[in-house]
Design a protein around this ligand. Structure first.
Ligand SMILES: Nc1ncnc2c1ncn2[C@@H]1O[C@H](COP(=O)(O)OP(=O)(O)OP(=O)(O)O)[C@@H](O)[C@H]1O
Length: 336
């Protein structure tokens, strides 16, 4: 349903040019939820706007529904897509229900407004002016608008930011039910739990690039698992078998607890326990766990920071061949 190949997005030109997206590729199949994660400024929104057809890439291609360029074939693509931007820009002097009714007029095949209000938990707030809705309620209204036309592809940019835990869970349920009806969804989020719960596969962006991608299991499996324990007072980490013997990648001690990192948890745990039994050593508080998505995310953020001072486009020898903000084409200007 979505194919992004070698996407670049450059803001500005000349000395102030900045490549916010630097060679991003991925594909999303029908009925999948694709999660895009990354630190602030990593390039998520800049990427999603290219998928939405709000701007053209400086380089690379986007195809929706097999053959359509969402920027050039906007008229064909737009009726089948739903977009929830990070900032909705709703008219503030309409009520929630009036906003949805107005939006119905722009939407092909809109569903009933009452259903959209109920599905997003706004049923009792339909007659409230948008300017009087809370931040979380406005996000719900944005979501109601994005889903009003039962889109085949739905773009959700940080859909639950500002929502309370109940609203977040209700939104997760709604997103899950949309997926069950076959909607293809691209989701950006800062909530790792949200990505873990919803996304079939995800990518973590850093400094305009995809640092890692796959299912949560695949992403986490690439990072080491950890065995933690305390040794008796008369023992130190140096007494343990060597890294090679344990199949471990690192051993370090922090506040009296030994942490052993390994990509083969079963082997390292077995070898460690066999050693402990042979030596008559008790491993107090022994704890084994796989890496978490949070650890991988933090690792990517750290590595990316270290390498983020590349000059814009330094590894793009051809240079971006189109720029945002030029040539009198309003859609190519910065959209925010
Ligand atoms: N119109 C613009 N002109 C110049 N730079 C821009 C423009 N829009 C975005 N940027 C820059 O591009 C980079 C990526 O921004 P983007 O909004 O895509 O990041 P993001 O991953 O969505 O961040 P966040 O999680 O904070 O929403 C940032 O450094 C941002 O300052």
């Amino acid at each position: 349903m979505i194919e992004a190949s070698g996407l670049w997005r450059r803001y500005g030109r000349g000395a102030t040019a900045f490549d916010a997206v630097r060679g991003v590729s991925f594909s999303v199949r029908r009925g999948e939820i694709f999660g895009l994660l990354g630190t602030n400024g990593a390039g998520k929104t800049s990427t999603v706007e290219l998928l939405e057809g709000l701007a053209a890439p400086s380089k690379g291609t986007v195809r929706l529904f097999g053959a359509h360029d969402p920027y050039r074939d906007r008229a064909a693509v737009r009726p089948h897509t739903g977009v929830m931007l990070q900032e909705g820009g709703l008219p503030t002097d309409l009520t929630a229900a009036e906003s949805l009714r107005m939006w119905s007029g722009f939407t092909s095949d809109p569903g009933p407004v009452d259903e959209a209000l109920d599905a997003t938990g706004l049923g009792p707030r339909g007659d409230v002016l948008v300017k009087n809705l809370s931040g979380g309620e406005k996000r719900r209204l944005d979501l109601a608008m994005a889903t009003l036309g039962s889109p085949d592809v739905l773009f959700l940019d940080e859909p639950t930011t500002g929502m309370d835990p109940e609203g977040r869970r209700a939104t997760w349920d709604l997103i899950t039910s949309l997926k069950e009806r076959g909607t293809t969804i691209v989701l950006t989020t800062h909530y790792l739990e949200e990505a873990e719960r919803l996304a079939d596969h995800l990518a973590i962006m850093q400094a305009g690039r995809i640092a890692t991608s796959g299912t949560v299991e695949e992403i986490v499996a690439a990072s080491p698992s950890t065995l933690s324990f305390r040794l008796p007072d008369d023992r130190a980490a140096g007494d343990l078998p060597g890294l090679g013997t344990l199949g471990a990648s690192d051993v370090h001690t922090e506040d009296g607890t030994v942490h052993v990192s390994t990509h083969d948890l079963q082997r390292t745990a077995t070898d460690l326990l066999v050693w402990a039994r042979g030596e008559g050593v008790a491993l107090a508080g022994l704890h084994a766990r796989s890496a978490s998505l949070e650890e991988v995310f933090l690792q990517v953020a750290q590595d990316g920071t270290a390498g983020a001072d590349d000059p814009a486009g330094a590894d793009d020898p051809a240079g971006a061949d189109r720029t945002d903000g030029g040539d009198g084409d309003p859609a190519e200007g910065g959209t925010r």
